[in-house]
Design a binder for this molecule. Sequence first.
Ligand SMILES: NC(=O)c1ccc[n+]([C@@H]2O[C@H](COP(=O)([O-])OP(=O)(O)OC[C@H]3O[C@@H](n4cnc5c(N)ncnc54)[C@H](OP(=O)(O)O)[C@@H]3O)[C@@H](O)[C@H]2O)c1
Length: 254
Amino acid sequence: MDLHLAARVALVTGGSRGIGRAAALLLAREGARVAVSYRSDVDRAAAVVAEIADAGGEAFAVPLNLADHESIRAAVASVLDRWGRLDVLVSNALDTAGLTLWPPTAFEELAASTWQPFLRANVDGPYAVAQAVVPAMRAQGFGRMVMVSGTSGLDGQPFAAALATAKAALHGLVRTLTKELGPAGILVNAVLPGTTLTEHIAAVLPADARTTRASASPIRRLLDPAEVVPAIAFLASPTNTGVTGELLRVSGGL
Ligand SMILES: NC(=O)c1ccc[n+]([C@@H]2O[C@H](COP(=O)([O-])OP(=O)(O)OC[C@H]3O[C@@H](n4cnc5c(N)ncnc54)[C@H](OP(=O)(O)O)[C@@H]3O)[C@@H](O)[C@H]2O)c1
């Protein structure tokens, strides 16, 4: 299937690693020009850009810190300066600073100091990034946003109330923007990965917890980032003309 992404312009937040990196590589392979955002690891972002260039694609690395809304506006401005348009936003980065992702926490013991950073990380950053790209997409009469969320936001996740609630809040943004921006030709969806073996997950999730999650999955393993991103690429593409407002699990069935 041709996704008709040739010459389209995409911004992938957190494109230097993990799911974002896989999304950037796939969008570029499909012909898109890709801005690969990173927070601090410029070398990793540069490596993704080099990989795209080696394959004949076009990309550049752009700093963007979700905690600094001015940096978000500057990143979007630099994409527009360079390529004159912005067709696709993959809002993937998660500001993990201050998040307690492990161990699981019983709700009665969930301190406000643990709860609040999750809401900030999962909601404030994506809000600011989405807001920054809307003017260009509206002017073009075309845009595709894909928010990378998580299955916990739909299904709930025991002992992870902060994460699940924050991702559910993100779904409220997706459903609302779908209705508000649809008339301007902007389609908004979320992809909800199951546990995906990124460096981050390998670092925070102990090996026995990874094994338990893999055994509980119908496909009996964790996902690879490359398995998550085809759904992102389709939803982000001009070939997608009718799917908007969806919260799509890419979870191996868990
Ligand atoms: N992996 C999973 O199992 C899983 C499951 C469900 C949902 N998700 C969601 O998928 C998304 C990506 O997860 P991942 O595991 O691929 O992440 P990851 O491997 O930890 O990659 C994180 C990326 O985000 C960037 N980043 C970190 N803090 C940032 C900040 N404050 N501002 C801007 N960028 C920042 C990093 O840049 P630097 O390298 O420069 O720090 C990196 O490019 C997240 O939204 C996560 O919630 C993941």
